[in-house]
Ligand binder design. Structure first.
Ligand SMILES: [Zn+2]
Length: 462
């Protein structure tokens, strides 16, 4: 059935082609060799992940730490031999975390563990104290009478499950993304949400939110999952619960961030480039190993492996986006500068470094054969072919929505949200073997998209 549809649609697109040549393309042995070499021996991705997380550490958007990461990136990409290494700067509003703590004052006094959400208002050093009003969802908060919420500290709960495809994040992220604005507009003193995470550790998950529609910034934080459980048990005892919150965040005004760009020049400079990417910034508590040092590493490692093999027909453009976490500033800046230029495909790695299990693409009907060839070459890595009409990515998302072509290599996200945006996002969470599988998949995809790699004459041998 599936094959029939493929053949039929190809015939519609080019009716001169006889049906019998529409069988699945074979895997190019050169591509297979590149894939297998990456799987068995890639060191580039580990070196970048280890280096960035060790020598720079946390890299909050727009801060001095992110600027050091850009300097590190320029040096590293230059040393690796890439061409046209440069920074494309842009401005952004910068927010930084301050001192943060939370404590239940009554009926059972005890500290709980909290992290401020990105863009949280400040409680000032003296903090805010109020009675908790609890909701089991952001919809329940939205439906509540203002009187119930005014002058109180809102708590929003949820129950996010761990899924392979990370699909809970959109839905269960609502308390973090929308909760603060709703609570503020109803006159709340502050808001605490259950962490948007799937672990049972006392590590709260931060993440960005914004106060929309002129809502007044109020302190907004995430409790770790065990602390949210504890708060629920206390609430269930039926007595009024009072909490004190200190979240001393600060807005530093407009500062500079930037995208770091490097290229493997193609043999034909007139052809649209393939954009391979990840984001350079990270949250400030961990060292941003899975989010997203491993992502920038995978993208650059694949490009480097192609460059080592020879010259691709098309240019491969590496983009290490700045300021993804605080609101896709890097992706939007790249779109403003280059969004009107054609790109052969956009790819981003921003979902950790566990095994890639599914390949999705949006390369257009005319390039279905190319997409099928990629799927076939990825199959030995344990990767299934998913959609031919969908691709996604954080920074590249706006350009994909504009109609650009793209590919998504979906990592297994089962444990991603145990670590995401916590102090536990550190290098030890990256599994070198799974990281190599990522590089193998990316190298395969980029090799096929590159239009063919020509070995340098001096090194040509059989
Ligand atoms: Zn990320």
């Amino acid at each position: 059935m599936f094959r029939y549809i493929v053949a039929a649609s190809l015939l519609t697109a080019a009716s001169a082609i006889p049906a019998q040549i529409n069988h699945s393309p074979l895997v190019d042995p050169k591509v297979a060799a590149l894939r297998d070499a990456a799987l068995n021996g890639d060191q580039y991705a580990w070196d970048i992940t280890e280096g960035l997380t060790t020598e720079v550490g946390p890299r909050l958007a727009g801060t001095e730490a992110e600027a050091r990461a850009r300097d590190w990136a320029v040096k590293k990409l230059t040393e690796m031999g890439f061409a046209n290494v440069r920074v494309e700067p842009f401005d952004m509003p910068v927010w930084v975390r301050g001192r943060e703590s939370a404590e239940i004052l009554a009926p059972f006094p005890q500290p709980v563990v909290i992290a401020a959400l990105g863009n949280s208002g400040s409680s000032g050093p003296e903090g805010v104290t109020g009675e908790i009003v609890a909701f089991d969802s952001v919809d329940a908060l939205r439906a509540a009478a203002d009187d119930l919420v005014r002058g109180k500290i809102v708590f929003v709960d949820h129950a996010m499950p761990a899924n392979q495809d990370g699909s809970g994040y959109g839905q269960f992220g609502a308390p973090r993304r929308q909760g603060p604005t709703i609570a503020s507009k109803k006159g709340a003193l502050a808001i605490v949400v259950r962490s948007i995470g799937t672990d049972k550790n006392r590590t709260p998950h931060t993440g960005a939110m914004s106060f929309d529609d002129g809502a007044r910034p109020i302190p907004a934080g995430a409790l770790s999952n065990p602390d949210a459980d504890q708060l629920l048990r206390i609430l269930k005892r039926g007595q009024p619960v009072r909490m004190k919150l200190v979240l001393e965040s600060q807005n530093l005004g407009t500062r500079q961030s930037g995208n770091v760009i490097a290229e493997v020049p193609g043999r034909d400079a007139t052809l649209p480039p393939i954009l391979v990417s990840g984001h350079l910034d990270s949250w400030d508590q961990g060292t941003g190993a899975i989010d997203d040092a491993s992502g920038v590493a995978i993208a650059a490692a694949a490009a480097k492996r192609i460059m080592d093999a020879g010259r691709p027909l098309r240019t491969i453009r590496i983009v290490w986006f700045g300021a993804e976490e605080m609101g896709l500033f890097g992706g939007l800046a790249y779109r403003a500068a280059h969004g009107k230029e054609p790109h052969h495909a956009l790819i981003e790695s921003d979902f950790g470094a566990d095994k890639i299990w599914k390949f999705d693409s949006k390369l257009g009907e005319a390039r279905k054969t190319e997409a099928e060839a990629i799927g076939k070459a990825l199959a030995p890595l344990g990767i299934v072919t998913g959609s031919f009409t969908e691709a996604e990515g954080s920074d590249i998302g706006p350009m994909l929505s504009d109609g650009h072509f793209g590919v998504t290599l979906n990592q297994d996200g089962t444990r991603y949200f145990d670590l995401h945006h916590t102090s536990n996002d550190t290098l030890d969470k990256v599994d070198p073997a799974q990281l190599r599988q990522n590089v193998a998949a990316w190298t395969t995809v980029v090799a096929i998209l590159s239009g063919g790699i020509e070995e340098p004459k001096a090194r040509k041998r059989r």
